[in-house]
Design a protein around this ligand. Structure first.
Ligand code: ADP
Ligand code: MG
Length: 684
């Protein structure tokens, strides 16, 4: 029998280890750094009479079971009566095990904690937490931590594992005393112990808000580890060789001379930044941010020209066929007359054309390659890839961007990432600390501001009338169908229905339809027709969101704007306002709107500055969701909050720089503690 019992306990603890590992808790340090989400105060005991004065609040009482029954009406439940000298209380359990009934047999003394409410038969608690106790079981002296838990991991188990781990870890402080003194940071050990076992007289508010010095210390440590790991990654990148692209020569000057416009000041500035990077012997990793329509493509093309002038190839990857083709046409129209062989590669090409493109890429005959994900397929080999450009970078996964970068031969190509979705500064600093960032903060001249109006869905007929009038004036119109996130089929259906309805309502107009499920060639045919002015009105899903450039389109209608994200609305709206005509965007919404939805749409009406929109969006939604949308799969900070702890990010950044330069051994120790604890925790 003892043998069998031993075996059971081993299997059980193995399973526990697995479950802990699933939460990333496979070392003692990881367990110790698994900090509570919140606390329960079990240090106070109220009499049942006093507890009944505190309705709706969590209270703890102790008493003896006087009754324990399974009732069947209105549904099966366990009903227990608990009494002390001052009164009695009903405990109700809708789901329960037989063992619970035994635990709460008549005569047992129980300590229960839960929210008290007035029931039909007097005071009751539904599903309280229950602990069998003796008359002299002491009350805990510290608040009880509640940890983030996973499937099959009880709080009891986590508490035990963490308490045990605390007896085994190395408690030394990784931060030098001067740094702690300068930033007035708490020491590591007391901070950690306090967070796992806070004394009952602690400032509960500061603890809950995570503004208590103990939390500040943990957040600082976490941010410092993140900054250190990113700085290290940056340094490692600098160790890799990259082609030196230092010949901004004939092609570059010919291209500049051939452009039908001159660069804005902002374009010139960012181009200088990129050019300097390209001449370095280690790979550039630069993010080019610029609002919709700020003119990133030409900057990217000039960077490509420098690569070509230096004897290398450049590749530009875009997230959709529509966008890739548009880039190809524009870039080819600039470069082909200058004698540059530009290749075009997407998944939808005929096999023969694909083979031909691949051969030209492999031989080096194609100096510039534009395409979609097709560029990162295994069978695409570059002869001398020197520069990789990724448009709308947030649409690609990290792995996809890396695959393209790995297409270099013998060295790592430079990488330029572009995005019209600006990342607020704090986020850029924390999540892209290993990226250089260039910003185009000026639009080309001659753009007319877009007037944005909010219109209730009920006034759809009026909107249709406005569309009609605009079309008769020779303006072109986009009509964006409502987003239906749950179902692509429904989304498609809506687009088709909208197209049919508008075609019927506007019989004298030519109305086109474009959506994501169309064959690329058909999609392109529609887009071309619209670009050539053969269609008055283009009904579209969000496939037109990125990059589509038809200057004569000056009115956009978006249905159910309240369903879209702000950056998505901004991107969509950026499809108009590209020509000389005054442009308008009509955001139709289905009321009534909640306060948040109202505020979000108001932002769209008030500003057309993408950075401002992103900043305010971040304010409303918080960075978690903001990042979640586009950084999915990337580990988030666990303790620090990028909004409220912005000041700490700055300190952590400086400290990281300082430690790496002057105390590398300290940086190592700190990283080992925080990264070693949970390897995938921070972005390396
Ligand atoms: P985005 O930054 O959104 O990718 P694009 O590169 O597509 O913007 O540029 C938008 C439009 O502005 C294009 O038609 C482009 O040719 C034009 N453009 C770019 N730079 C300038 C400039 N300096 N002056 C005038 N027009 C420009
Ligand atoms: Mg673009």
């Amino acid at each position: 029998m003892p043998v069998a019992r031993k075996k059971t306990s081993t299997t059980r603890s193995l399973r526990t280890a697995d479950r802990l590992a699933r939460l990333g808790l496979s070392s003692d340090m990881a367990l110790v750094l698994h900090l509570p989400l919140r606390y329960e105060d079990e240090t106070q005991l109220l009499s049942i009479a006093n507890a009944s004065l505190r309705h709706g609040q969590p209270v703890q009482v102790e008493g003896v079971v006087t009754d324990c029954d399974v009732q069947y009406r209105p549904r099966r439940q366990l009903v227990v009566t608990l009494a002390d000298d001052t009164g009695r209380l009903t405990l109700r359990f809708l789901n329960f095990y037989g063992s619970q009934a035994t635990q709460m047999a008549v005569g047992r003394r129980l300590r229960v904690r839960g929210d008290l409410r007035h029931g039909f038969f007097g005071d009751e608690m539904v599903h309280p937490s229950v602990r069998p106790v003796d008359e002299d079981t002491p009350l805990p002296e510290a608040l009880t931590p509640v940890y983030p838990a996973g499937e099959g991991l009880s709080q009891t188990l986590l508490r035990k594992a963490i308490t045990n781990a605390m007896t085994r870890i190395d408690w030394s402080d990784t931060l030098p005393p001067e740094l702690r003194a300068r930033l007035r940071l708490m020491s590591f050990e007391p901070a950690v112990r306090l967070l796992h076992q806070p004394p009952p007289d602690i400032d509960a508010y500061a603890l809950a808000e995570r503004s208590h010095p103990a939390w500040i210390r943990m957040k600082f440590d976490e941010l410092l580890a993140q900054q250190l790991s990113m700085k290290r990654a940056q340094a490692a990148r600098r160790q890799q060789g990259a082609p030196v692209l230092d010949q901004a020569g004939t092609l570059t000057s010919a291209l500049l001379a051939a452009l039908p416009f001159s660069l804005t000041g902002a374009q010139q500035r960012v181009l200088q930044e990129i050019r300097a990077d390209l001449t370095a012997p280690f790979p550039m990793q630069r993010l080019l941010q610029g609002d919709v329509g700020s003119g990133k493509t030409v900057v990217a093309t000039l960077a490509a020209a420098q690569a070509i002038d230096s004897g290398y190839q450049a590749a530009l990857m875009a997230p959709t066929e529509i966008l890739a083709e548009q880039h190809f046409r524009k870039i080819a129209s600039w470069m082909t007359p200058l004698g540059v062989n530009v290749a075009w590669l997407t998944g939808s090409l005929k096999k023969k054309d694909k083979d031909d493109a691949r051969a030209r890429i492999e031989s080096g005959e194609a100096r510039l390659v534009v395409g979609t994900h097709a560029l990162i397929q295994q069978d695409v080999d570059f002869a001398r890839l020197g520069l990789v450009i990724v448009d709308e970078q947030h649409r690609f996964g990290v792995a996809q961007r890396l695959t393209l970068r790995n297409k270099g031969v013998g060295s790592v190509p430079h990488q330029l990432m572009m995005s019209a979705t600006p990342i607020p500064r704090t986020l850029a600093m924390t999540y892209y600390a290993d990226l250089e960032v260039s910003v185009i903060d000026e639009l080309p001249p001659g753009r007319t501001p877009i007037v944005t109006r909010l219109i209730a869905q009920e006034r759809r007929d009026e909107v249709v009338g406005r569309v009609h009038a605009a079309a008769l004036e020779g303006r072109q119109v986009y009509w964006v169908c409502p987003l239906i996130e749950e179902s692509e089929v429904l989304q498609l259906q809506t687009a088709t229905d909208t197209h049919a309805l508008l075609s019927a309502a506007l019989p004298d107009l030519k109305v086109g339809l474009v959506h994501g499920r169309m064959k690329p060639a058909d999609k392109q045919a529609v887009m071309d027709g619209f670009a050539r002015g053969e269609l008055h009105l283009l009904v579209a899903t969000t496939v037109i969101e990125v990059g589509v450039d038809v200057p004569n389109a000056s009115l956009m209608v978006i249905e159910h704007a309240e369903r879209f994200g702000l950056s998505q609305l901004h991107q969509l709206r950026g499809r108009v306002g590209r020509g000389a005509a005054a442009s308008a965007c009509l955001l139709m919404f289905q009321g009534p709107l909640g306060p948040v939805a109202k505020e979000r749409l108001a932002i769209m009406r008030e500003t057309s500055d993408g950075f401002e929109i992103a900043r305010r969006d971040l304010e409303i939604r918080g960075p978690g969701e903001f990042l979640g949308a586009r950084q999915s799969g990337q580990a988030m900070l666990r303790f620090a909050d990028l909004e409220t702890d912005q000041w700490l990010v700055e300190h952590a950044r400086q400290a990281a720089q300082d430690l790496l330069a002057n105390r590398p051994e300290v940086a190592d120790a700190h990283l080992a503690r925080w990264l070693g604890a949970r390897e995938d925790f921070l972005r390396a």
